[in-house]
Design a protein around this ligand. Structure first.
Ligand code: HEC
Length: 512
């Protein structure tokens, strides 16, 4: 039979509606998809969870535990309060998803039509980053420790020129023993000397790497996925640097072997540099020092006045076993509050660095705040001291800490429109009309940032009118050149001497 176009459309719609109404709350129609996307990345044979959720049988065998865990919001693990702030790629089930899982269990775990069920996801244990530019591996290490062990492994990055990391992923060699990983870069010879002084692979150091010049470039905690930087931004990996992996192995491990790797994606063009620092920290408490008497619930606060406007990308609070809750936010000079994170029930075993779903601008002179509460009573099941005892600042798990890390960069106009996870951001703003020409090259070689005379050269592929804007480190527009319709190679010169500022020093001061 010959169908005219509108009839075809009509027919298609009918089929669609028919399919829709027959969709059941069965494993194959609905539940498999939730489990595979929200649970299987940890619940797989190589994952950190104690059992797999990779098939109908896996899920139905554990059905009542799954029902309890999702109803009580214990699984998937997600410490930040989703009512306070949302994060990119957050591991949170919607109420609908929870209800569907619960109803499915109550109704006897209907499998549905097994021929239409989705295939389980594939985890090959290799990098999640497709085609990484480098995989850096720590040597094979035999883990034998009765107490917490912080072991540093020094790996030459093998880069003869400066590079900018645009993707970074840690791949624990043995997920049963790797608790968390801090990734540093360091161009000094100190880490290699410390390594050489220890006969076994790597060396042991509690606080960081033991080198003053090490820079934090990444953090891995269980459940953490690869981190990709926003477009135009990167984490600098200076030429000929060493990468140091500081791995925390908890006490009580013997006869286990680990060889952890990191996978990197690089850019060789100069990108806006992302820094990871903790301006809110235990050295600058409002009511310090960080000393917690036994049998007390005690709150410490810190604040930090931001000398320049920044674009914040991620936040990562850090405390140890007495930690009970932690919150961080900023207040702008116009009294707007910018929420960062609220962890109402701190869990030492589930720490993370949380990416904001869009870049957040924090204006100059905003005040960053944090408030951290510790519980040294016997009611805290994690309290390492029985009976409760004095606890002070230190690196050991049984000491305490208060750090709020931020991944940030200098603010550029338009940054607040950079979306990291469009599933979370609902109020997408108008796109910026003026675009930043990322291909502009600074030459005569000058350092960037700079206070010298500079030549900027850029290429306009099509005939177009353009605006060239130069910003200082505070994000303030200091020069603007508007051009007529042009194409090809354009050269502009600026003398920046009179614009010299000391902001670069200010932000490095007063931090650990
Ligand atoms: C980020 C990793 C991760 C994700 C994602 C995750 N789990 Fe778990 N799960 C664990 C770990 C680890 C344990 C072991 C107990 C612990 O350490 O809390 C666990 C334990 C469990 C348990 C045992 C009971 C309990 O409360 O300890 C159940 C049931 C469970 N998970 C179900 C789920 C379900 C269902 C999902 C998805 C909706 C899920 N998990 C997602 C890591 C994860």
């Amino acid at each position: 039979m010959y169908l005219r176009d509108y009839e075809k459309i009509h027919l298609f719609l009918l089929i669609f509606i028919a399919q829709h109404t027959t969709a059941q709350n069965t494993w194959s129609d609905r539940i498999a998809n939730i489990i595979y996307t929200k649970c299987s990345n940890c619940h797989n044979p190589n994952g950190i969870a104690p059992f797999s959720l990779m098939s109908y049988t896996d899920a139905s065998d554990n059905a009542t535990d799954i029902q309890d865990a999702v109803n009580n919001r214990i699984m998937p693990p997600w410490p930040p309060d989703p009512d306070y702030n949302h994060f990119a790629h957050e591991r949170v089930l919607s109420q609908q998803e929870i209800d569907d899982i619960s109803d499915w269990v109550n109704n006897g775990m209907d499998r549905g039509d097994s021929t239409t069920e989705p295939a389980p996801p594939v985890f090959n244990g290799i990098s999640e980053i497709p085609n990484p530019d480098a995989i850096l591996g720590a040597p094979v290490y035999n883990v034998n420790t009765t107490t917490d062990l912080y072991r540093c492994f020094v790996i030459p990055a093998g880069n003869s020129i400066d590079k900018y990391i645009t993707g970074i992923e840690a791949i624990p060699g043995n997920r049963a023993v790797v608790h968390h990983i801090l990734i540093y870069s360091d161009t000094s010879s100190v880490p290699a000397q410390l390594d050489a002084a220890d006969p076994d692979p790597g060396y042991t150091n509690f606080g960081g790497t033991g080198s003053q010049t090490s820079k934090l470039i990444g953090i891995w905690v269980p459940g953490q996925s690869a981190y990709y930087t926003p477009p135009g931004m990167g984490i600098k990996l200076p030429a000929n640097t060493n990468v140091i992996l500081q791995i925390h192995y908890p006490g009580g491990i013997s006869g286990q072997v680990d060889s952890t790797k990191i996978a990197l994606k690089y850019s060789t063009t100069t990108l806006r540099e992302i820094a990871i620092e903790s301006p809110l920290n235990h050295y600058q408490l409002d009511n310090g020092p960080l000393v917690i008497p036994p049998n007390q619930v005690k709150t410490f606060t810190a604040h930090y006045v931001l000398p320049i406007a920044v674009s914040t990308l991620a936040v990562g609070p850090h405390m140890h076993l007495l930690g009970k809750s932690i919150q961080s936010y900023a207040v702008t000079p116009t009294s707007d509050t910018i929420p960062f994170i609220d962890i109402p029930n701190w869990d030492f075993h589930w720490q993370g660095v949380y990416s904001f779903p869009r870049v957040i601008k924090v204006p100059t002179n905003s005040v960053l705040y944090s408030s951290a509460t510790y519980d040294s009573t016997a009611n805290n099941p994690e309290n390492p001291n029985d009976p409760p005892a004095w606890v002070t600042l230190g690196e050991s798990t049984t000491d305490e800490m208060m750090l709020v890390y931020f991944a940030y960069t200098y603010y550029f106009p338009g940054d607040e429109n950079i979306i990291i996870d469009s599933n979370v951001v609902t109020d997408i703003a108008q796109p910026v009309t003026s675009s930043i020409i990322t291909t502009a090259q600074l030459y005569d070689p000058v350092p960037n940032p700079t206070s010298e005379r500079v030549t900027i050269q850029y290429f306009l592929p099509h005939q177009q009118s353009f605006a060239l804007q130069v910003f200082d480190l505070t994000g303030k527009l200091i020069r603007e050149v508007k051009g007529e319709e042009q194409s090809g190679l354009i050269t502009s010169q600026f003398d920046l001497h009179e614009m010299r500022r000391s902001v670069h020093h200010q932000i490095n001061d007063g931090r650990n």
